[in-house]
Design a protein around this ligand. Structure first.
Ligand code: BG6
Length: 482
């Protein structure tokens, strides 16, 4: 009983939230570079906050007050990655999930040849990881399409973006494939419906027709691109694996009223749509019907159906932070989750950001996903965003974080004991980084504290929190000592 030998333990980061160096080494601007600092963004306004107009993009690009655009500086992982990797190795990591910034390799997305300075950076990064015994798990697209593609043709709405992404991905496989054998195509691919600009480079005001249609068009293009790069990877490196990635927004019926159950079921159908396509190889009939009823047309072209069917992913990965409930009562009390609003669960506690803490939900999610697809699973994000306090002794005592992980690990191990094939676990984020939703760093996730405030003040010094030592012990015992 317990976790199998060879279970991968580690953490996960994204280039746009950690690297910084936004205009160094030949990198082009990405959509994340215009994301403005907005503390405690109300999730009711989440989509609006992440929406951009041509004017707001132009204003952001002309604004050189970097304090307001935290994703441009991240935590300077671009320069400090050796130090950070050494700390991850000290915790005993056997895996680290990072992403490659597309615009570091192809500054506008459209160049014929890659930027060699960008290649050199990732080669160094992956080489150092391997030297330390840390296996890279690499995301090709994590919320940072090149800004130039967004401005030119709404990035993923345009079918031509598939070929550009194929070129970028092929470069990654050719240049890094000897060091990287675990890949992910799109981070939280379903997120494009909730934040079209961040995930898909879609600028609402320049979209022809409805924004919702544009989102599903772009999503279809990402599905095709994902299948296509899975094919390319397997041709070049037959032993390497490609995964899909889902925001696991597990939702319970708020009551046993049949209407609540039916509403939850409808929500679940859309939740699983992406994995059905990427792991199952086809759009499910009921989801297609539901989209058709909304007037959405999926822009199939010749060969798409066959490509999707022939090149499903090898494993399924997901992020898990919280659960929500669903109710048909319009007056039901709502609470935020990961870029969504849902109905509050009276049995759960929430973080300051309103995300409901639900360790059992992780077991339920693992079992649901494994039961439905029967493919290996990988938890590639899970964690708790909290404010931390530096005490007079220069330490960060974070028992709340340890409690969160301890209870989630217990449920994860229970799911494995029940038969789930889980390959690994990567916490989000092992070191404090910039929040995707609000661009705060004060919403801290790490086992490692970074001396930096929301406006970028601080030395950048890294400090081990109490949870650092606890996680090291968990990893050393392969989850036996929680
Ligand atoms: C996931 C994203 O949805 O949630 C990450 O893939 C993100 O990029 C994480 O950072 C936590 O969300 P936030 O908004 O608290 O940073």
């Amino acid at each position: 009983m317990g976790l199998p030998d060879g279970f991968l333990w580690g953490g996960a980061l994204a280039a746009n939230q950690a690297e910084g160096g936004w205009n160094e080494g030949g990198r082009g601007p990405a959509v994340s570079d215009v994301a403005k600092y907005r503390p405690n963004v109300d999730p009711r306004e989440y989509a609006v906050h992440h929406q951009h107009t041509l004017a707001s993009i132009a204003a952001a690009m002309a604004d050189d007050d970097i304090s307001l655009y935290p994703k441009r500086r991240g935590i300077d992982f671009y320069h400090r990655y050796r130090e950070d990797l050494a700390l991850f190795a000290e915790m005993g990591f056997s895996v680290l999930r990072v992403s490659i910034a597309w615009s570091r390799l192809y500054p506008t997305g459209e160049e014929q040849e890659p930027n060699e300075e960008g290649i050199a950076f990732y080669l160094d990064l992956f080489t150092e990881m391997r030297r330390l015994g840390i296996r890279p798990l690499v995301t090709l697209s994590h919320y940072d399409p090149p800004l130039a593609l967004a401005l030119k043709n709404n990035a993923w709405v345009d079918r031509g973006t598939i070929a550009l992404f194929e070129r970028f991905s092929r470069t990654c496989f050719e240049r890094f494939g000897h060091l990287v054998d675990l890949w992910l195509s799109f981070n939280e691919i379903d997120g494009i419906i909730r934040h079209p600009f961040t995930s898909g480079g879609i600028i609402d005001e320049t979209v022809e027709g409805s924004l919702e249609q544009a989102c599903y068009t772009a999503l279809h293009h990402q599905f095709v691109a994902s299948a296509s790069v899975t094919r390319i990877l397997h041709e070049l490196w037959p032993e390497s694996e490609m995964g899909c990635m889902l925001t696991m927004l597990t939702t319970y019926p708020n009551t046993c009223h049949p209407d609540d159950v039916a509403a939850t079921q409808a929500k679940e159908r859309l939740l699983y749509l992406c994995t059905d396509v990427q792991a199952g190889g086809a759009y499910p009939r009921l989801a297609l019907k539901a989209l058709e009823a909304k007037g959405i047309v999926i822009p199939f072209e010749e060969g798409d159906v066959e490509l999707l069917r022939a090149h499903p992913v090898d494993y399924i990965s997901f992020s898990y932070y919280m659960t929500l409930t669903e109710s048909v009562r319009p007056d039901a009390e709502r609470t935020p989750g990961n870029t969504v609003l849902g109905v509050k669960n009276p049995f759960l506690e929430s973080s300051e950001w309103g995300w409901q803490i639900d360790p059992v939900g992780l077991r339920i999610s693992l079992i649901d996903l494994y039961d439905r697809y029967g493919k290996p699973l990988f938890i590639v994000e899970n964690g708790l965003g909290m404010r931390d306090e530096l005490t007079d002794d220069g330490r960060i005592h974070d028992p709340y974080r340890i409690d969160y992980f301890r209870s989630h690990f217990a449920e994860m191990i229970r799911a494995v004991d029940e038969g789930v094939d889980l390959r690994g676990y990567a916490s989000w984020a092992p070191i404090d980084i910039i929040s995707a939703s609000s661009s705060q760093i004060s919403k801290r996730y790490g086992f490692i504290h970074v001396d930096q405030d929301d406006l970028g003040n601080g030395t950048g010094e890294r400090r081990r929190k109490d949870s650092f030592f606890w996680y090291r012990k968990v990893i050393a015992s392969n989850g036996a000592d929680l």
